[in-house]
Design a protein around this ligand. Structure first.
Ligand code: NAP
Length: 282
């Protein structure tokens, strides 16, 4: 006799913080088969405890963060309230937690890809808050370190270069920082695999590496923009926060491997083209 299940399994309830950010939006797409509760900053300022009535969650994807790296130098306590306090509050929900962290927890002096067992030594206030946030995530957590995120929405290097590249003949771009530009869509898809792995720290960044100047050249080339890139040093650029000169992330533990950053860039540009065509661009 055919077995009929009259008690279907309840869909997994996934709570996403920072749902208005570039990764938060990509996570909503990647987890769309689940019962997703997407919370933007106006729904929950994570620097405060969670609002009442959220209900139980099976999984928390904590993508809310203070991501203004230079701004954190001026207001390290404000950044800590979000990146450390916010992670404490997300962990207090009591569900398994994905806490996203950053290559900026490293000082960049290793000169070879950073793996999960390498010792962090952040150079910036932002990096310190992300490192302390990792500790605040607790034991039932996956710490997913990624780097140089970009996507079709929000503030990111690709969107900035598209804007500048359309308006100028030349842009000056830093050429002495090397990392892995990671497409948020690829990171969000990989996050579905990470939550099948044991709790702990996982490095999940795009394959390949480049400098910001090389990334800008690829953006202009793939977007068909004639803008030139003038390669400058971090010192000449003069950003407030120090950033690691080399922050390529790789996994020694078998984290999911992501496509090459050039493939992520192609996907991002095609999404932007599609949203421009639909009149949805931000
Ligand atoms: N961006 C990168 O290059 C990069 C690299 C490595 C790791 N990461 C990490 O990846 C994660 C996602 O970053 P992202 O690139 O998606 O950043 P993002 O686009 O700046 O998104 C962060 C989101 O968090 C929100 N937020 C800020 N303060 C908040 C608060 N107090 N309460 C609730 N929400 C708040 C922001 O809202 P508003 O827009 O209103 O401020 C924004 O929607 C973060 O943990 C980040 O540290 C980022």
């Amino acid at each position: 006799m055919e077995h009929v299940d009259t008690h279907p399994v309840r869909p997994r309830r996934v709570l996403i913080t920072g749902a208005g950010g570039q990764l938060g939006r990509a996570l909503q797409e990647a987890f769309s088969d689940d019962d997703v509760l997407a919370l933007r900053r106006e729904d929950w300022d994570v620097a405060s405890p969670p609002p009442a009535g959220l209900g139980p969650a099976d999984l928390v994807l904590h993508a809310a963060a203070w991501t203004n790296v230079d701004g954190a130098e001026d207001d390290p306590q404000g950044a800590a309230a979000v990146n450390v306090g916010g992670t404490t509050h997300a962990a207090a929900l009591g569900a398994p937690l994905v806490a996203f962290s950053s290559d900026y927890v490293f000082d960049g002096r290793k000169g070879a890809p950073y793996v999960e067992s390498d010792s962090p030594a952040p150079l910036s206030a932002y990096g310190r808050t992300k490192l302390h946030g990792e500790a605040a995530a607790g034991e039932s957590a996956w710490i997913v370190r990624s780097s140089w995120l970009f996507g079709p929405t929000g503030h990111n290097f690709v969107r900035t270069m598209l804007r500048l590249g359309a308006a100028r003949d030349e842009v000056a771009v830093v050429d002495d920082q090397r990392g892995c530009p990671t497409y948020v869509g690829h990171l969000a898809e990989a996050t579905r695999q990470v939550v099948e792995l044991p709790f702990g720290t996982w490095h999940v960044a795009a394959a390949g590496d480049c400098t910001w100047a090389e990334f800008a050249e690829a953006i202009f080339e793939q977007a068909g923009l004639g803008c030139r890139v003038r390669r400058i040093s971090s010192a000449a650029f003069g950003a407030k926060a120090l950033r690691p000169a080399y922050s390529v992330l790789r996994s020694e533990k078998g984290a999911p491997e992501l496509p090459h950053w050039r493939d992520g860039l192609a996907e991002c540009l095609s999404r932007l083209g599609a949203s421009r065509a639909a009149g949805e661009g931000e």
